[in-house]
Design a protein around this ligand. Structure first.
Ligand code: PPS
Length: 292
């Protein structure tokens, strides 16, 4: 097959898939419109879910309008090169009129400075490290453009050392956390969205200065349930051809739960991870839950 698992190349110390490094100058020079909204995440933290919520909020809960195209076409992925039929992020953005909902996995220091110069709104979603790791592991098994994950135990160590694509989870969640007030970033947690999706949808609505009825909020919560998004061909990444995303290995909409890490970490791995976590996170107090 012609599918390539891209090697990682470092940009300012952050390992990125080689095609991102190759296009780095044009990514860094990207000029958003002040009306554009950035959705930033470490991979597998709840990006697609949040993109769907925002698209529905913008379209007043109109389910059909939000089935006009697959997620990565409705809400381009800034730094991605995609195999056909999905165009690359920058190419797609060039052809779209603002306001655009732009996805990125870049850590804060690599976000094109135009976003902050233009005072764009930005929403960050963080997910507890262990569930995020497990979700990423399954994704790396099925996404044939990502580096091979290898055995799970080794994957835990790569995660802890910040060697996966888009770099260190620890630096990622901290980078946006420390800038959230200065840059007016709405910082959300996957676990909060699971606990009370209605509350988090309303929080996003207020941040974006949107106003929809209670009935529409209820509808958005329903339409963005894990089950409904898993069955929605415009949200479940069935748009990416199977040699690239082999969803028979693991579906993009895999489990959608909090605490699945307990089915994957041994008690020894969990203890070792927790000790390292404490060291890596001691300089901040981000209220992550469900790690023990
Ligand atoms: S990506 O590739 O970075 O854009 O992936 P991302 O969308 O950030 O993360 C995918 C994980 O989010 C889960 N997901 C959801 N959980 C709950 N509710 C809804 N609606 C939902 N949509 C996606 C998805 O199942 C992946 O998590 P895991 O734990 O692997 O199931």
């Amino acid at each position: 097959s012609t599918i390539t698992r891209f090697p990682l190349i470092h940009i300012r110390g952050v390992p990125l898939m080689s095609y991102i490094a190759k296009n780095w100058d044009s990514i860094w020079a990207f000029r958003p419109d002040p009306s554009d909204v950035l959705i930033a995440t470490y991979p597998k933290a709840g990006t697609t879910w949040t993109q769907e919520i925002i698209d529905l909020l913008i379209h007043n809960g109109d389910a059909e309008a939000c089935k006009r195209a697959p997620t990565p076409v409705r809400s381009p992925f800034l730094e991605i090169y995609s195999p056909p039929p999905i165009p690359s992020g920058l190419d797609l953005l060039k052809k779209m009129d603002p306001p655009r909902l732009i996805k990125t996995h870049l850590p804060f220091q690599l976000v094109p400075p135009g976003f902050w110069e233009n005072k764009c709104k930005a929403i960050y979603v963080a997910r507890n490290a262990k569930d995020n790791l497990v979700s990423y592991y399954y994704f790396d098994l099925m996404n044939k453009t990502q580096p091979e994950p290898g055995p799970f135990d080794g994957y835990i160590h790569k995660f802890m050392r910040g060697e996966l694509s888009w770099g260190s989870w620890y630096d990622h969640v901290k980078g946006y956390w420390v800038e959230r007030e200065e840059k007016n970033i709405l910082y959300l947690f996957y676990e909060d969205m699971k606990e009370n999706p209605r509350r988090e949808v309303e929080r996003i609505m207020r941040y974006l200065d949107l106003s929809v009825s209670d009935e529409v909020i209820n509808r958005i919560v329903e339409l963005t349930s894990f089950k409904n998004m898993k069955e929605n061909p415009m949200a479940n990444y069935s748009c990416i051809p199977s040699p690239v995303f082999d969803q028979s290995i693991s579906p993009f909409m895999r489990k959608g739960e909090v605490g699945d890490w307990k089915n994957h970490f041994t008690p020894e791995q969990s203890k070792m991870f927790d000790e390292d976590y404490e060291k890596q996170m001691k300089d901040v107090n981000i209220p992550f839950r469900s790690l023990i």
